[in-house]
Design a protein around this ligand. Sequence first.
Ligand code: NI
Ligand code: MN
Length: 227
Amino acid sequence: MAKIWYLGHSCFQLEIDDVCIVTDPFITDNPLAKNIQLTDVKADIILVTHGHGDHIGDLVALANQTGALVLCNYEIYLWLEKQGVTNCRPMNHGGRYSSRGVDYKVVTAAHSSSFPDGSYAGNPVGFVIEGQHDCLYFAGDTGLTLDMKLIGEEFDLTGALLPIGDNFTMGAKDAAIAATFCKTKKVVGMHYDTFDIIEIDHEEARDAFRDKGVELFLPEVGETFNF
Ligand code: NI
Ligand code: MN
């Protein structure tokens, strides 16, 4: 089982096989994460799905603080390099990287990607993280796409972290279909409630997943749980 610390929005600290992985660092400017100190966050690997501010807000600070290896697309790699963050591996759709017994595969995400100043930030991605006993799909920001069926064919997922906030990404109904496409029975919801525009009804969201025979976990920001 992976040990997960939910840091709000799409930011998680995942412990898989003693490797500490942080996704889309965004804590300081997240009003729901005001009780979390960035300095308490540990990372060996940082996964970045795209350039939007709600996914890279604390990226440079966390990379500098931890010295973690950042996995991201080529354009974000160049942007980081300009800011002195050099422990970074540029990847793209279909690419795989393996380190300390954990595999990372870059998968499709149907979204957009620009930096907060509006400049081009490459294509958005998702990741599949495969350890000895855990295999998690971290979707990033995405709408529902048939490509998710490929994930179900290739991997035996133990769970998925899917956006459910609607408006900028899938809502819960589409995310429940995504869960069936990638063949998982367990989902952690993310990218919801952070801003007014993505506030959701939690019970409706759980019902949408229940209808598909999938369990939806909605952890509190700051909660630690096994998944
Ligand atoms: Ni986005
Ligand atoms: Mn976003």
